[in-house]
Design a binder for this molecule. Structure first.
Ligand code: GLP
Length: 237
């Protein structure tokens, strides 16, 4: 695992976008794994800029998102499909038919796993992290869950994500998520973490034991992971 520390979230975003630009340019039909949450938004803005400037061409890119809330239709204002359209897909030259987000109504776990497999696997997977160490929506648990699965969200995660909804009551109680195995199968992983509120999580994930109670710790068993932190997130390392 390689860890790089940058001054702030904006420089992390520039660095992350450069990694994506490089990977997409290197491989025709590159398969990328994408994430939601606030952290990747500046990276997506950078990628939109690079696309508009003609530096990155998304026309042959295939994407798979990590997760989706159970019970939310793709066009629900708080769905991750809608988030991805608004934050990235609507602004770049990607073919929407090549973009995939798990279906929160059908909960198509096995089909989603198979689709990724049929596409040849993920070349570069982007990850954020929850304050409890979750990746995708793989919450702390007694065991790592490997395939794409339906996960019960912790109250902490629901509270963290309530800011995207009108009230905590509206936050779904479960989600469909790529599993730990699905994520670990990506050939390369790029994790971005910014902000002081993640500083303790960073220490636990990067320095603590590799245990399912801290899901992100498993990334240290992957042979090609790059972690980009801002100084706030790295402040307790
Ligand atoms: C959600 C997503 C995760 C993301 C996390 C952190 O729970 N499922 O993929 O990493 O939020 O979000 P934020 O970047 O807003 O802190």
């Amino acid at each position: 695992m390689q860890v790089r520390i940058y001054k702030d979230a904006a420089t992390v975003a520039k660095a992350a976008a450069a990694v994506f630009a490089d990977e997409i340019t290197k491989k025709d039909g590159c398969v990328i794994g994408l994430a939601t949450g606030s952290t990747p938004v500046p990276t997506y803005q950078e990628l939109i800029r690079l696309n508009k400037e003609g530096v990155v061409d998304f026309s042959k890119v295939i994407s798979y998102n990590l997760d989706e809330y159970v019970g939310l239709a793709p066009d629900h204002p708080c769905s991750y499909r809608r988030f991805m359209n608004e934050q990235l897909f609507d602004h770049i030259n990607i073919d929407k038919a090549n973009t995939h987000v798990p279906d929160g109504l059908k909960c198509n776990t096995a089909e989603y796993e198979e689709m990724i497999h049929q596409a040849g696997g993920v070349d570069l997977q982007l990850l954020g992290i929850g304050t409890d160490g979750h990746i995708g929506f793989n919450e702390p648990a007694d065991e790592f869950v490997y395939p794409t699965n339906v996960v019960k969200l912790t109250e902490g995660t629901r509270k963290d994500n309530a800011r995207f909804f009108n009230s905590l009551d509206e936050v779904p109680t479960s989600a469909i998520s790529m599993g730990i195995g699905t994520i670990m199968s990506a050939r390369r992983i790029l994790m971005i973490i910014t902000g002081k509120n993640k500083a303790d999580t960073v220490v636990a994930a990067l320095k603590g034991p590799v245990v399912p109670q801290m899901p992100a710790s498993i990334l240290r068993m992957h042979q090609n992971v790059l972690v980009l932190l801002d100084e706030d997130a790295a402040s307790k390392l």
